[in-house]
Write a protein that binds this ligand. Sequence first.
Ligand SMILES: [Zn+2]
Length: 62
Amino acid sequence: MLTNKSPSDGETTQRFLVTCDGCSFERTADGRENAAAIGDDHRRETRHDVVALEVPPSLGAK
Ligand SMILES: [Zn+2]
């Protein structure tokens, strides 16, 4: 199979929804690093377990 992706097309920023198991905390973040930073922040402050879900671009555009 031939894939014809240009490098710049592959660089589209993924969007993540960071949610928490311990409370109603919910944040969206652009890029995995931002999502991880938000999750680490919340976990450090509250000791809650956070989960980052990848949001498909088609669903994120609203
Ligand atoms: Zn929490």
